[in-house]
Ligand binder design. Structure first.
Ligand code: NAI
Length: 263
């Protein structure tokens, strides 16, 4: 049985993944603001460093896998979304990489989102600031966006950037070359506390309700946790840098011909 780190383990899909892995006999080291083995704030550099140290220590330096599920969405503040969803995710995965490599065959799942492909006009300079690790610049850019859309731009931009970061890292020597498989799951709406907060918001609720959903049913957290469990299983060893959309057909409906794209 393996040892897995899960950020965002106290709620929603992180908690559902935790339940599945524990039911299968694995050990989970949860990372969250509360109700977790490692309580740390992934919005701050200190919190990220504390989380990495605590997880690596608890795991004895060897991890069989990790799930990066901690995240915030509107109506949370744009700055906070940027700090947690991109910089918190990347710092955690980079910090855990040596322990993942130590297992020889680790598997990692990062939570992206279909917002990464369906949100129009994401500023290139924001995505570049994320990918170049310029945290202050990214925060400044999202703070300057029109207040009504700042949180959406921060969220979708972070998900686009973290997905690109994963694809770049996944196929590189330190990751694939160290036996680590890194993949992204990109959900559409999933019934979790995060989505309920979006839907209850008077600005963002109607925006979310207006998105065309070919499969007119919202999955629960455990349904997505089954995907994560599969992506951590031996059968997924040949997926590397892949992005799995589980979004009720929203991306296909809006962008059917946009990808795959030939070289
Ligand atoms: P959730 O709100 O139920 O759980 C997220 C967890 O992250 C919470 O336990 C929260 O405390 C933790 N977290 C937030 N900020 C943190 C911080 N600064 N430090 C440490 N932990 C922190 O959310 P849900 O829906 O389970 O989301 C999981 C992931 O899936 C997120 O990355 C989210 O962006 C993504 N996602 C969710 C969708 C949905 O419709 N629910 C759709 C697409 C992507």
């Amino acid at each position: 049985m393996g040892t897995y780190a899960i950020s965002g383990s106290a709620s929603g899909m992180g908690a559902a993944t935790r339940s599945r892995l524990e039911a299968a006999g694995h050990r989970v080291i949860g990372i969250d603001l509360r109700d977790a083995e490692v309580r740390a704030d992934l919005a701050t550099a200190e919190g990220r460093a504390e989380a990495v140290d605590a997880v690596v220590g608890a795991a004895g330096g060897v991890l069989d896998g990790a799930v990066s599920a901690a995240g915030l969405a509107p109506p949370a503040a744009a700055e906070h979304i940027a700090r947690v969803n991109y910089f918190g995710s990347v710092a955690l995965l980079e910090g855990l990489r040596p322990a993942l490599a130590a297992s020889g065959s680790a598997q990692v799942v990062q939570f992206g989102s279909n917002s990464s492909t369906i949100t129009p006009n994401l500023p290139d300079e924001l995505v570049a600031a994320y990918l170049d690790s310029r945290e202050d610049d990214a925060v400044a850019i999202v703070s300057e966006v029109d207040v009504m859309f700042a949180q959406i731009v921060a969220y979708a931009g972070a998900k686009l950037a973290v997905t690109r970061w994963c694809r770049r890292a996944a196929a590189s020597q330190p990751w694939a070359g160290s036996g680590i498989r890194l993949n992204v799951i990109a959900p559409g709406p999933v019934d979790t506390p995060l989505l309920r907060r979006v839907l209850a918001d008077k600005v963002y609720g109607p925006v979310m309700e207006a998105v065309p959903m070919p499969v007119a049913e919202t999955p629960d957290a455990d349904t997505l946790a089954q995907w994560v469990e599969f992506l951590l299983s031996p059968a997924a060893r040949f997926a590397c840098g892949s992005v799995f959309f589980v979004d009720c057909g929203i991306d296909a409906r809006l962008r059917a011909d946009d990808w795959p794209n030939p070289f």
